[in-house]
Design a protein around this ligand. Structure first.
Ligand SMILES: C[S@@+](CC[C@H](N)C(=O)[O-])C[C@H]1O[C@@H](n2cnc3c(N)ncnc32)[C@H](O)[C@@H]1O
Length: 215
């Protein structure tokens, strides 16, 4: 069953600021410098849409953004954001139901995959991967366990809370980094935030000739 963030839309950003301060924002803003001008971008699970305003600060115009968000209430908040003069196509559907929008230069998945079981991760990842062109950039940020005792407690508490409020299906982190490795994505840059609990990574999809060489 897909998650339902409708119930949390009105307090989601405030709650995340209370728990993580500005780490959630900093971890995503760090990734945005890698967006080339005039690119086609697919954003999946943008929540209340503040990321559109942060992107507009870097690129006030010239982007073609496809913004896919499953929650109607999150989407309503996102539509009110100032995305500058870039074109934004809002799609209020689960990404896995959206026909592949090919040839994207950049894909952004901010705290999307932590919602999923391993099985859903595989399905959604493979769907999004088809949208990104060879050599394209995938900006991903999500939780990441490095062994500190408090990380597991915080993560478990979040799963409990969001299972109750948003009916998320996950009860543990799926193998997100493993998935990128499995699809042979290269890492261009990477930074951790919030005592290494959050990991932001700039991945690059293999160029066609590399795929041919390794297949
Ligand atoms: C954990 S929240 C993160 C929100 C935002 N990126 C942020 O960092 O504040 C995950 C978001 O992904 C959306 N989402 C979950 N599953 C989705 C799917 N299959 N397709 C599109 N959006 C999805 C949820 O509705 C929610 O807004």
């Amino acid at each position: 069953m897909p998650s339902n963030y409708d119930n949390s839309a009105w307090f989601y950003d405030r709650l995340s600021r209370v728990i993580y301060g500005r780490a959630i924002i900093r971890s995503q803003v760090y990734l945005l410098q890698h967006i080339p001008a005039s690119s086609n971008i697919l954003i999946v699970g943008g929540g209340t849409g503040w990321i559109l305003e942060e992107i507009a600060k870097i690129h006030p115009s010239g982007l073609k953004i496809t913004y896919v968000e499953i929650s109607a209430k999150m989407m309503a908040l996102s539509r009110k954001r100032n995305a500058g003069r870039s074109e934004v196509n809002y799609i209020n559907e689960p990404i896995e139901n959206v026909p592949v929008i090919e040839n994207q230069d950049v894909v952004i998945t901010p705290f999307l995959f932590d919602n999923f079981t391993e099985q859903t991760l595989q399905k959604v990842f493979s769907h999004i991967d088809k949208a990104l062109k060879p050599g394209g950039i995938w900006l991903n940020t999500d939780f990441h366990i490095t062994g500190k005792w408090w990380q597991k407690i915080l993560l478990r508490s979040m799963f409990v809370l969001f299972r109750i409020i948003c009916q998320i299906e996950a009860s543990q982190l799926p193998g997100i980094e493993k998935c990128f490795a499995q699809y042979r994505y290269g890492i261009i840059d990477q930074k951790s935030f919030c005592g290494e609990f959050i990991l932001s990574t700039i991945y690059q999809k293999q160029k066609t000739y590399e795929v041919l060489k390794t297949s």
